[in-house]
Design a protein around this ligand. Structure first.
Ligand code: NAD
Ligand code: G6P
Ligand code: MN
Length: 441
C-alpha cells in the first residue's frame, strides 16, 4: 500500500498534535511515510515539532517528522497539504474581537468586522501556500481549515480557480456529534444529513438513519428546548462560552422551526445580545490563549522535558477526524458523503452560481461532486445573498486594494448598524492591520 507524505501548514498550530494523533490512529487504513511541519514562526513550531517527534518515535517509529520554515523543503514531494494557519496569531484575533466591541459591534473570529479583518490577512497567506504547493507538488491537494473559510474559499475560487484546494469546516460535524449523543447513537457516522448554507451560515433540513428514516422530529424537539446541549460532558460544553453558544441555538431554531441552525447564525440574528454579554476587555481570544494554547504548549514542553509522551494528556479531536476522512476519500476514492465549501454552480437552484456554499458532496479521487440541494426558501436565500455579498466585497477589496469596497463589505454585514459605525471600525482595523493588509486607497 502506498505511503503518503503530508505537509501540515501552520505546524505551530494548537491543532497540530491532535491531527498527528488522529493520523496515527488511522495508519492501517492511511499509511504515512513523512509528516512535514511548515510554519513561518520557527520558535512556536519547534515546541510542537520536538514533542510530536518524541510521540512518533514511541507510537509509530516508521513515520518521519520534519519541521521547517523553508517552503521548498516543506512542499516538495507531498500528497496532501493540511493547512491551518492563523495570520497574526492570537494577538491579532484579540484585535479582531476587541476593536468592533469598542464601537458597540460584536467581535468575533470569523463573523462581522473581526472576520472581515481576519479575511484580509488570510487571503494573501493562503494564496501563497497554494502557490508553493503548485510549484513544488503540482499533484497534491490542499485540505484547508484556515479561517475565515468563507472568505478564503471565495478568494481561492476567484484568484486561483484551477487550484486543488478544498475548504472545510468542523462546526457542522461538531454539532452532529452532539446530535448523535442526544439520539443515543455512537457517532454522527450513524446518520446522513441534508444541509445547505454558506460557511458558518447554514441549516440542516434533514437527518436520516442509515435505513433512510428521518430523525428530524426528535432532533427538532431537542434543539427547540435545549439547543445543542447534551448531558454537559462534551468537550465543547466544558467551555463556558461554547456552552452558552450551544444553548443559544434554541433561539435561532425558533426563527425557522422546520430546520436546525448552525450555531454561528447567532451573531447575525442576536448581535445586540452578543454585545451585551461580551466583556470588551476579555474576549474568546483571551480564553483560548489561557486555555487551549497554554494547555497544548505546556503539554508539549512536558513531553520534551521528560523525553517521553507516555503519559501525555494530548488527545485526538473530532476536528482532526474530518480532515483525515477527506484525505482518505481522495486517496482511495471512497465516495464519502461530506459537507464541503464549494462553488454553488447550480446546486442551490435559486442562488448565485458563483457563490461558495456549504453543501453535501460525494468525495472521491477527483474531489467533491456536488449534490443538488434544489430551491431554498426566501428567508435563507435573502440572508445568504447579503452575507455572500459581504464575502465577495472583501475579496474585491483585497484584489483592488479598495477602501470603498471594504467599507461597503462592513456596511453590508448584518452585524454593523450603520455606515458611520462601519467607517469608524474600518479606520481602526486599518491601523491595527498595518503590515498585514495591502495599503487601501
Ligand atoms: P494557532 O495560532 O495556534 O496556529 C496557527 C499557526 O499558523 C501559528 O503557528 C502561526 O505561526 C502560523 N502561521 C501564521 N501565518 C502563517 C503563514 N503565512 N505561513 C505559515 N504559517 C503561518 O491557531 P489555531 O487556533 O490552532 O488555529 C489555526 C487555524 O485553524 C485558524 O485559522 C483557525 O481559525 C482554524 N480553524 C478552522 C476550523 C474550521 O472549522 N475551518 C476549525 C478550527 C480551527
Ligand atoms: C469551530 C469553527 C471554527 C473556529 C472554531 C473556534 O470549530 O468551525 O471555524 O475556528 O470553532 O474555536 P475557538 O475555540 O478557537 O474559539
Ligand atoms: Mn469553521
Amino acid at each position: 500500500m502506498k505511503k503518503f507524505n503530508i505537509t501540515i501548514a501552520g505546524g505551530g498550530s494548537t491543532f497540530t498534535p491532535g491531527i498527528i494523533l488522529m493520523l496515527l490512529d488511522y495508519l492501517d487504513e492511511f499509511p504515512i511515510d513523512t509528516i512535514k511541519l511548515y510554519d513561518n514562526d520557527e520558535d512556536r513550531q519547534k515546541t510542537i515539532a520536538d514533542a510530536c517527534r518524541i510521540l512518533l518515535e514511541e507510537r509509530a517509529p516508521g513515520v518521519t517528522l520534519t519541521a521547517g520554515t523553508d517552503p521548498e523543503e516543506a512542499f516538495t514531494d507531498v500528497d496532501f497539504v493540511m493547512a491551518h494557519i492563523r495570520v497574526g496569531k492570537y494577538a491579532m484575533r484579540e484585535q479582531d474581537e476587541k476593536i468592533p466591541l469598542k464601537h458597540g459591534v460584536l467581535g468575533q473570529e470569523t463573523c462581522g468586522p473581526g472576520g472581515i479583518a481576519y479575511g484580509m490577512r488570510s487571503i494573501p497567506a493562503v494564496l501563497e501556500l497554494v502557490d508553493y504547493m503548485e510549484k513544488y507538488s503540482p499533484d497534491a491537494w490542499m485540505l484547508n481549515y484556515s479561517n475565515p473559510a468563507a472568505i478564503v474559499a471565495e478568494a481561492t475560487r476567484r484568484l486561483r480557480p484551477d487550484s486543488k484546494i478544498l475548504n472545510i469546516c468542523d462546526m457542522p460535524i461538531g454539532i452532529e456529534e452532539l446530535i448523535a449523543k442526544n439520539l443515543g447513537l455512537s457517532s454522527r457516522k450513524e446518520f446522513e444529513v441534508d444541509y445547505y448554507g454558506l460557511n458558518h451560515f447554514g441549516w440542516w433540513t434533514d437527518i436520516r438513519d442509515k435505513e433512510g428514516n428521518t430523525l428530524m422530529p426528535q432532533v427538532i424537539q431537542h434543539v427547540s428546548e435545549n439547543g445543542y446541549a447534551t448531558d454537559g460532558s462534551s468537550e465543547l460544553e466544558q467551555q463556558a462560552s461554547w456552552n452558552s453558544t450551544l444553548k443559544k441555538a434554541k433561539d435561532i431554531q425558533a426563527l425557522d422551526p422546520s430546520t436546525i441552525p448552525n450555531t454561528y447564525l447567532k451573531y447575525y440574528f442576536f448581535p445586540d445580545y452578543e454585545v451585551s454579554n461580551a466583556d470588551p476587555e476579555h474576549t474568546r481570544a483571551n480564553e483560548v490563549m489561557e486555555g487551549r494554547e497554554k494547555f497544548i504548549f505546556s503539554e508539549c514542553q512536558a513531553i520534551i522535558d521528560k523525553g517521553t509522551a507516555a503519559d501525555t494528556a494530548l488527545t485526538i479531536d473530532e476536528h482532526a477526524s474530518y480532515i483525515v476522512d477527506l484525505a482518505k476519500a481522495i486517496a482511495f476514492n471512497t465516495k464519502e458523503r461530506m459537507l464541503m465549501i464549494v462553488e454553488n454552480n447550480g446546486a442551490i437552484l435559486n442562488f448565485d452560481p458563483a457563490a461558495m456554499v456549504e453543501i453535501p458532496c460525494i468525495v472521491g479521487s477527483k474531489g467533491p461532486e456536488k449534490l443538488v440541494v434544489g430551491e431554498i426558501p426566501q428567508f435563507q436565500k435573502s440572508l445568504m445573498e447579503q452575507q455572500a455579498g459581504v464575502e465577495k466585497l472583501v475579496v474585491g477589496a483585497f484584489e483592488e486594494k479598495s477602501y470603498h469596497k471594504l467599507w461597503q463589505a462592513l456596511i453590508l454585514s448584518r452585524t454593523v448598524p450603520s455606515a458611520s459605525v462601519a467607517k469608524d471600525i474600518l479606520d481602526d482595523l486599518i491601523e491595527a492591520n498595518r503590515g498585514y493588509w495591502p495599503e487601501l486607497t
